[in-house]
Design a protein around this ligand. Structure first.
Ligand SMILES: Cc1ncc(COP(=O)(O)O)c(C=O)c1O
Length: 363
């Protein structure tokens, strides 16, 4: 059986260094906000090319604390892509903002910049973009819109570690950027973890307080904060993996190239454009008979995933917010998308086999 993802195999290359990092932490006996978190924050900020990184407990918390650190007033409207993982929208709701969903571009599946202006009102304060599947959004027109309407920009980089747009790494465009290090991400921890990246010192300071009960100095609480800290053990593991993130990304790019070069035209493949350096957190194809295709692959011992089977605006939890709203492009993507195996543990031979089986799909 070809797994969609096997974290045991994907992490094998790091086991020795993980063990050393774990034992170093045990030896130090310091588990919260210590040397490992500080070191990882410096390393990750430097990798992204940004001034600050603040480690937090998850990607969702990184989004929530980014909104809070930017002081976006409650009841403001925030533009969010309709085609995203639900976390992006939950973050806005937890901060009592009004999420306004914008349809994606058919080819990239990311927010369609040409539609942004249609949704801007006197209550719009921010845009929260998502660099979905490991592809950066089309940043030039988005930045032009942000400047024109004096908006705040938050990047959801949960799927885009190392992805670039015209040479600039995602995480550098917004007033704040939120990363998830959920275990399956291109840079994945061995549990939950996340980070906020920003070039604004005031935003970084605020996020540092917010993640730690509103405190920078023990037992002095300046703002109403949370407990959302990246822990020392995960930070140590992340430093181990960060050293090889470019290797992980180039492996996935190499596997993607096999699919791109060999899959027949009947499959709608991810768009490729020299302005975009994609890191293929997910390699999705689209096909009108997606469910039959998935079953066919399973019969040939190939597991796939769907990102995502139900669009956020159709989720029961979000029903009251989007009742009666239609997002046909996002729905079409959800209906037809299929994510193919593309992990650090997969070999080029395995991926070539998956492509060969796919090309024999009777349609
Ligand atoms: C686009 C996007 N945003 C946010 C998140 C939330 O990250 P986490 O699971 O670390 O809270 C995810 C996680 O899968 C995601 O894919």
């Amino acid at each position: 059986m070809i797994e969609y993802e096997n974290l045991h195999h994907a992490n094998k290359a790091f086991l020795k260094d993980f063990a050393k990092s774990f034992h170093d932490t045990l030896d130090r006996g310091w588990f919260i906000l210590g040397d490992s978190v500080r070191r990882f924050e410096e390393e990750f900020a430097s990798y992204v090319g940004a001034r600050h990184c603040v480690g937090v407990a998850s990607g969702l918390d990184a989004l929530i604390l980014s909104i809070k650190a930017l002081h976006i007033p409650e009841s403001s409207e925030i533009l969010i892509p309709a085609n995203t993982y639900i976390a992006t929208i939950l973050a806005a709701l937890h901060c009592r903002l009004v999420p306004v969903l914008v349809e994606p571009d058919q080819a990239t599946c990311n927010i369609d910049p040409s539609k942004l202006e249609n949704y801007i009102t006197s209550r719009t304060r921010a845009i929260m973009i998502v660099h979905l599947y490991g592809k950066a959004c089309d940043m030039s027109p988005i930045m032009a819109c942000v400047r024109k309407y004096n908006l705040l920009l938050i990047e959801d980089c949960a799927q885009s570690h190392g992805a670039r747009y015209k040479g600039t790494m995602t995480g550098n465009f917004g007033h704040a950027a939120a990363f998830s290090f959920y275990p399956t991400k291109n840079l994945g921890a061995l549990g939950d973890a996340g980070a906020i990246v920003t070039n604004d010192t005031a935003v970084a300071d605020e996020a540092r307080k917010l993640r730690n009960y509103g405190s920078l100095t023990k037992y002095l609480n300046e703002v109403v904060g949370y407990n959302s800290r990246l822990d020392e053990i995960q930070a140590g593991f992340l430093s181990v993996k960060l050293k090889r993130l470019e290797e992980i990304n180039s492996h996935k790019r190499k596997l993607a190239r096999i699919y791109l070069d060999t899959l027949k035209k009947q499959f709608l493949k991810p768009a490729v454009n020299p302005d975009f350096h994609d890191v293929y957190h997910i390699f999705n194809i689209r096909h009108p008979q997606r469910d039959a295709l998935r079953e066919y692959l399973l019969r040939h011992d190939i597991k796939t995933e769907i990102h995502y089977p139900v669009p956020p605006h159709r989720q029961k939890a979000l029903e009251p917010y989007f009742r009666g709203k239609e997002f046909p492009i996002s729905e079409e993507i959800h209906r037809t998308t299929l994510s193919l195996p593309i992990s650090f543990a997969h070999s080029p031979e395995t991926i070539a086999h998956v492509a060969e089986v796919l090309n024999k799909f009777p349609s």
